[in-house]
Design a protein around this ligand. Sequence first.
Ligand SMILES: *Cc1c(COP(=O)(O)O)cnc(C)c1O
Length: 383
Amino acid sequence: MNEQFETRCIHGDAADRLLDENRSISYPIYQTASFSHIKPGHNASGFDYTRESNPTRTRLEQVVASLEGAAACVAFSSGMAAISAVFELFAPGDHIICSEDLYGGVTRLHTFISTKNGLRVDYLDTTDLSVVEAAVRPETRAIYLETPSNPMMNVTDLRKISALAKAHGLALIVDNTFLSPYFQNPLALGADVVVHSGSKFLSGHNDTISGFLCTASKELGDRLRLISKTTGGVLAPFDSWLVMRGIKTLAIRMERQQQNSLQVAGWLKAHPRIREVYYVGLPEHPGHAVNAGQARGFGSMISFRTDTAETALRVLERIKLITFAESLGGTESLLTYPMVQTHPDVPQAMREHLGITDTLLRLSVGLEHPDDIIADLRQALEE
Ligand SMILES: *Cc1c(COP(=O)(O)O)cnc(C)c1O
């Protein structure tokens, strides 16, 4: 891991770089279900069956492990498949503390599946350590959080919460989707598992779905790989290749999308119809300083509040360049209505407590020219 991040986006770690037999520059798509055996118990390539492992996926896992500084990485068919697998680590009766502002699909997973299987989950303000400390019980096993969180952009101090987790023997699981490994490496700050929806910044082109679990220890990586090959939500060879190709430009995309976001957030802040802008890059954001102490950037996710619900709806209707759609992190700017699109399964009282209301919009700033993004918002906001 001596090379710089940009280099590892393209090559992974030089030391364990997987090359195919033709030494292809673009690693091939091994579109095969199975691999031939020479004799019983002896497979020449080390690969048996694509649900267990596949060279294209292995190569991608090596690259992502390198970017997160992980001992192991397992690729999944979606971020939710990865998150489902991580919750399979726990047993009935176990208690998990989650950040209260969370990707809506995770709350849905808990409501419909994890609690049925006996897990107990509390959603708390993980930005306040005393709240977390007070909630730890003998059966608590893990803390699961996002920072910055979706969609309110709350920032949790990773060093402090990882010290708390260690003091109580809890695993710390961090969803790093919003900043990507380019800006933040939670494992280096004490996390045990990093979660990614690779559908977002890692692949970066709004063209595929994928997920990753990266672990600090090889042992935990082995446990998660056993879960992945047993439950089978693995990433297909072609999708592995697409994500690998996307990652080659991760560093320059993250930089430019962040630059664009700073301009868009500054413009939004000054607009008379905008009441609040939640962007970690703004110095007045409550999590700005903590984020600056643990990450190398602020990313390109901006939530903002309009003066009225009608304004929010009008913006969604009138945008032309920015697309009204779920998802984030890609080359195209996307605008989302979290209350309706990503968080409908979060109970209304919780949504209101968090601020996910009918005036809240979430913008993923893409790679279009910032003047064009701003011009589109301007025409959509004006009478
Ligand atoms: C999208 C997303 C997920 C879920 O990932 P999928 O790839 O859509 O299954 C999880 N966490 C965060 C923060 C996300 O943005």
